[in-house]
Design a protein around this ligand. Structure first.
Ligand SMILES: *Cc1c(COP(=O)(O)O)cnc(C)c1O
Length: 382
């Protein structure tokens, strides 16, 4: 046995170089807390990058989803439709508001929300007279959902959309940035995302008034009065000026990070794209994924090994890999929630979970490190 090699992470932070300069500026002007120029500049830069009217930066992506739900008036007993194949952070805020989630399956072409399943679910809800207050659509691993079609369906029923683009910042679909199709778009700057502020998130929208209200709700819903006046419940969800400095530096290198992650994907694809039983997450025509994580499915009947065999073999070499998200409709937390499959008797998200894994995809990963990963996987697939 050779000595244990350095750990390779699934998705490691990758600083650009300008971050400390922006933080330094905040220190020099004593803009340490709570707000200041970095917050304003980060919001402006994020809105400009995505081509939207405005952005409100917050303490997390989860907080952004929560405030979007609040502003769409989601409350006790309301129904919210939500992608099933996602990280739990998408769905938790539905519970914070005392609402009831209904989960919608994926489609094979994007791994994201199935337009057919959504259409059936909305049709039934409409017939029953209980339309959802909103639909939360997730763009998984950097790939945009079929947002044009999904928006059309939701518009037909007059239901607003929250687009969870926590994993797809920098991706594009039909010439627009991912996260700008819904009434609200959500980004995350958590430590494992394509760019990170160590922790943070943002809400974007074409409705500047809604973003003003977001800032109000995120600062304890404090009314404009000299004394402290409150008439509704608020939160402490604003991003700090120091954290926003990191965000400005990270946004400067976002396009570079997208190119690097796509490069990581290409090398994996070249190495085992045509091995039997292996299928990489597709990239829908008209879209450009940031390839936040390289995801693939492995059919054990054809490949001779399972995705779990691969994860285990990588782990033995000190390399982190993970199964695809476990769908929300399979989680004990949501065991009572309704669920709409892609087609009757065919749950796509169940299959993606049963066969899918994510490989280390950091933008900072060297070719040598990636060769270590490829070596382990190739050995198993042969
Ligand atoms: C990371 C993530 C979030 C939550 O973002 P935080 O900033 O960690 O709160 C939400 N949705 C998805 C799909 C995510 O991957």
């Amino acid at each position: 046995m050779s000595k244990q090699q350095d750990r390779i992470f699934l998705s490691a932070p990758h600083m650009g170089g300008n971050e400390q300069g922006y933080i330094q500026e905040a220190f020099e002007r004593n803009w340490i807390a709570p707000l200041g120029n970095n917050v304003n500049a980060f919001e402006e830069a994020l809105a400009a990058y995505n081509g939207v009217a405005g952005a409100s930066v917050l303490s997390s992506g989860t907080a952004a989803i929560h405030l979007a739900l609040r502003q769409l008036d989601v409350g006790e007993g309301d129904v919210v439709f939500c992608s099933s194949l996602t990280f739990v952070a998408t769905a938790n805020p539905i519970l914070y508001q005392g609402a009831r989630p209904v989960f919608i399956d994926s489609e094979p072409a994007t791994w994201n929300m199935s337009p057919g399943a959504l259409e059936r679910a909305l049709g039934e809800a409409s017939d029953a007279g209980v339309l959802p207050k909103t639909v939360i659509i997730v763009n998984l691993y950097g790939q945009s959902a079929r947002m044009d079609r999904l928006m059309e369906i939701c518009r037909a029923y007059g239901v607003p959309v929250i687009e969870d683009a926590a994993e797809s910042l920098g991706s594009e679909y039909l010439g627009r940035k991912s996260g700008t199709f819904g009434d609200f778009g959500v980004y995350s700057f958590n430590g494992n995302k394509i760019i990170t502020t160590s922790g943070g998130g943002a809400l974007v929208s074409g409705d500047v008034g809604a973003l003003e209200r977001t800032r109000f709700l995120a600062t304890q819903a404090r009314e404009p009065a000299l004394h402290y006046e409150h008439s509704e419940v608020g939160y402490n969800y604003r991003m700090s000026n120091i954290v926003a400095g990191v965000g400005r530096g990270q946004l400067d290198v976002l396009d570079e990070r997208v190119a690097q992650r796509r490069g990581v994907f290409e090398r994996y694809y070249d190495a085992f794209g045509d091995m039997p039983g292996v299928a990489f997450m597709p990239e829908l025509e008209g879209s450009k994924s940031n390839r936040w994580l390289t995801a693939l499915t492995v059919d054990p009947e054809k490949a001779g090994v399972s995705h779990l065999d691969i994860i285990e073999a990588l782990s033995a070499e000190n390399i982190e890999a993970r199964p695809v998200w476990k769908p929300m409709h399979l989680q004990p937390l949501f065991e009572d929630a309704a669920y709409y499959e892609h087609e009757d008797g065919w749950s796509v998200s169940d299959e993606l979970f049963r066969y899918g894994l994510c490989l280390p995809s950091s933008s900072s990963m060297t070719e040598g490190e990636q060769s270590r990963v490829i070596g382990v996987v190739e050995r198993l697939l042969r």
